[in-house]
Each structure stands twice: as structure tokens, then as C-alpha cells.
Design a protein around this ligand. Sequence first.
Ligand SMILES: *[C@@H]1O[C@H](CO)[C@@H](O)[C@H](O)[C@H]1NC(C)=O
Ligand SMILES: *[C@@H]1O[C@H](CO)[C@@H](O)[C@H](O)[C@H]1NC(C)=O
Ligand SMILES: *[C@@H]1O[C@H](CO)[C@@H](O)[C@H](O)[C@H]1NC(C)=O
Ligand SMILES: *[C@@H]1O[C@H](CO)[C@@H](O)[C@H](O)[C@H]1NC(C)=O
Ligand SMILES: *[C@@H]1O[C@H](CO)[C@@H](O)[C@H](O)[C@H]1NC(C)=O
Ligand SMILES: *[C@@H]1O[C@H](CO)[C@@H](O)[C@H](O)[C@H]1NC(C)=O
Length: 332
Amino acid sequence: MWLLIILLLCVPTGGQMDQAKAVITLQPPWVSVFQEENVTLQCEGPHLPGDSSTQWFLNGTAIETLTPRYRIAAAGINDSGEYRCQTGLSVPSDPVQLEVHKDWLLLQVSSGVFTEGEPLALRCHGWRNKLMYNILFYQNGKTFKFSPRNSEFTILKTNLSHNGIYHCSGMRVHRYTSAGVSITIKELFPAPVLRASLSFPILEGNLVNLSCETKLLPQGPGLQLYFSFFMGSKTLMSRNTSSSYQMLTAKKEDSGLYWCEAATEDGKVIKRSTELELQVLEATTKKEKVGFGNLFGLWSREEGNFLPSKDKYLEEELKCQEQEEELQERIH
Ligand SMILES: *[C@@H]1O[C@H](CO)[C@@H](O)[C@H](O)[C@H]1NC(C)=O
Ligand SMILES: *[C@@H]1O[C@H](CO)[C@@H](O)[C@H](O)[C@H]1NC(C)=O
Ligand SMILES: *[C@@H]1O[C@H](CO)[C@@H](O)[C@H](O)[C@H]1NC(C)=O
Ligand SMILES: *[C@@H]1O[C@H](CO)[C@@H](O)[C@H](O)[C@H]1NC(C)=O
Ligand SMILES: *[C@@H]1O[C@H](CO)[C@@H](O)[C@H](O)[C@H]1NC(C)=O
Ligand SMILES: *[C@@H]1O[C@H](CO)[C@@H](O)[C@H](O)[C@H]1NC(C)=O
């Protein structure tokens, strides 16, 4: 009986919303560590009532630990691998690739894969916590950060330009250089394209629908985009969930350069379209056009109107005949 109720309660919600994904966080936050260092993996996700167990997977194989925290004390090479976790009501987490190294200097990163807008933390870490100084961080072989003492650096908002291979070097008696670490940044959505429902020429009084078109990454976790429309430096619509903007009756003054912006709710990722030039033709130009159109209209009316009126005449005559017949039938 209870099982049935639970099933009935769970099935509709499971079908309606995406099931929550478990999330692994690391303490300390680095996905690469030296041998003999300690790391704790923490799994967060919704549990079944009365069951707080957590399943851990290493390289796809379930491991014995069932607690939400998985502590690796004095990491060994065999602790390297792909970790995932899952709680009772979650789907398995994204993988965390943990690497255990043996070296003099290690560039530690908070993850190997990011979605643009997320922060990327880097640490140039000496074996047995030996202090390093005059630290240099490199991306694709080029230095991008020098730090006399601080071995940590955070890129607050990553974008696609942060893809690449990173390494660091630091002084201690002599200069040590770390191995390279690959960083992948996934695009959340491409820069939008601004489109107009009417192409040139737009006439005064026309309705013009502008749309700001882009596409969220499929695994974008239930994100909502906000759209803004601009003409030159003037804001036409600010941060609206609607990706279209209507100019109900275009005027000559509406001619100009239009652009739009798509942004995430937290504003961490903002992308703008290229400019689109719209030209609204004024009334005099319109008259010429209409005049030309009228000529065309008259010409077509001459041919067209004759037949319809003939048809109408026949139709009415037919109706009359039918009514007469009906009347006669009633009389009989
Ligand atoms: C790891 O944790 C143990 C205590 O559980 C501690 O004695 C040891 O110093 C830690 N190792 C490092 C490298 O911090
Ligand atoms: C790694 O090896 C050590 C012994 O060398 C063992 O105690 C530990 O359970 C192993 N870890 C994994 C994840 O297999
Ligand atoms: C998991 O896979 C990684 C690399 O694919 C390997 O280095 C590691 O030894 C594997 N760990 C276990 C416990 O199988
Ligand atoms: C990427 O971020 C850097 C700052 O970290 C910034 O200078 C650069 O303009 C950004 N690139 C793009 C395409 O937004
Ligand atoms: C404007 O264009 C967009 C995209 O083509 C469309 O989804 C929207 O319904 C249009 N709005 C109106 C009022 O025509
Ligand atoms: C968003 O746009 C819609 C339609 O264009 C409009 O009705 C609505 O008021 C706008 N909302 C805000 C907050 O501007």
C-alpha cells in the first residue's frame, strides 16, 4: 500500500521536471593533488526519505563507501580516475577527474571543464607545500600572470578565449616548471543574431518585429535568457524574457543601427549581436510607391472585377429561384 502511494507521488514529479543531478565538490578544491595529500569529495543531491546513502563510482565501478563524504587520505596513484556520485533521488553527477601526481611543481585547477561564465581557480603548488616565489602562469606557452608571492590566481568569468593548455613556473633555489593542464570552456550560447521581420525597404506605418536569436547549450541547466534591444545608444527594451520586440508603426526617426543583447539572469554571460541597419522610408517616398501600386491595382481590377460581379448576379438569381421553389413546395 505505502509503496503504491510513494510510487503515485513520485511518478508525476519525476515526469514533469528534470531529475536533480548530484554534484561533487572537492575540499580542497583542486582536481589534481600530489601523492600523500588528502582530499575529500562531497556529494550533494536529494535523498529518499529515511535513506541517506550515497553511491560512489570510480572509473564507472561502484566503490564501497556509502557516506556523502568520500575521504582520500594520503592519495596514491590508484586513487586517480573519474569519480561520480548519486543519491537516492538524483541522477549521477557529472564526472570529476581526479589526478594524483608525483613532481616538484603542480599546476592545480578547480576543474578541467567549465561552462563560460564560471570562475577558474589556479594554484601553482610546490611538492610538500614548499614555498615558491616569482610565480608565472602560462596559457598556451604565453605568460599571462606574474606574482611575486601569491601562488593562487582566479579568472572570475571564463570565456572561450580561456581554452587551452596551462602551466606555471616558480622559483625556489632555481626555477621549476609544472606539467601542462588542459582547460576546456564550453560555450553557453552563441552571440545572438538580430533579425527583422521586414527587410528593406520599410515604409512608415509598417509593423516591424525584431527578434534576437540564439540557442542555449542543450545541457544549460534550466537557464533563462534575458534579452535587451537597442537603437544606437537608446535602450528600447531592457532584460525581458521575450526574445522579440515590436515596432508597431515604424516612423522615419526609427531609422538607425539596431542591436540586441542576450544575457543570463546573473549577468555573468552577456553577448551582443552585430548591428543591423534599418531604414524607414518617409511618407513622400511611400506615396510614390502607393501610386505605383494603385496603377497596378486598377489594371488588375479591370480584368478581375467583371467576373466576380457576373458571378454575384448569377448567385442572386439562383437564390431567388430556390426561394420560389421552396415557397411552392410549402403551398403544396
Ligand atoms: C592528511 O590528514 C592526516 C590526518 O588524517 C594528517 O596527519 C596529514 O598531515 C594530512 N596530510 C597532508 C599532506 O596534509
Ligand atoms: C589503492 O591502493 C591502496 C593500497 O596500495 C588500497 O589500500 C586502496 O584501497 C586502493 N584504492 C583504490 C581506490 O583502489
Ligand atoms: C581509473 O582510470 C585511471 C585512468 O583512466 C587510472 O589511472 C586509474 O588507475 C584507474 N583507477 C582504478 C581504481 O581503476
Ligand atoms: C574574455 O575575458 C577576458 C578577461 O578575462 C577579457 O579581457 C576578454 O575580452 C574576454 N573575451 C571575450 C570574447 O569576451
Ligand atoms: C516576432 O518574431 C518572432 C521570431 O520570428 C516570433 O516568435 C514572434 O511570435 C513574432 N511576434 C509577433 C508579434 O509577430
Ligand atoms: C516583456 O515584453 C513583453 C512583450 O514584449 C511585455 O508585455 C512585458 O511587459 C515586458 N516585460 C518587462 C518586464 O518589460
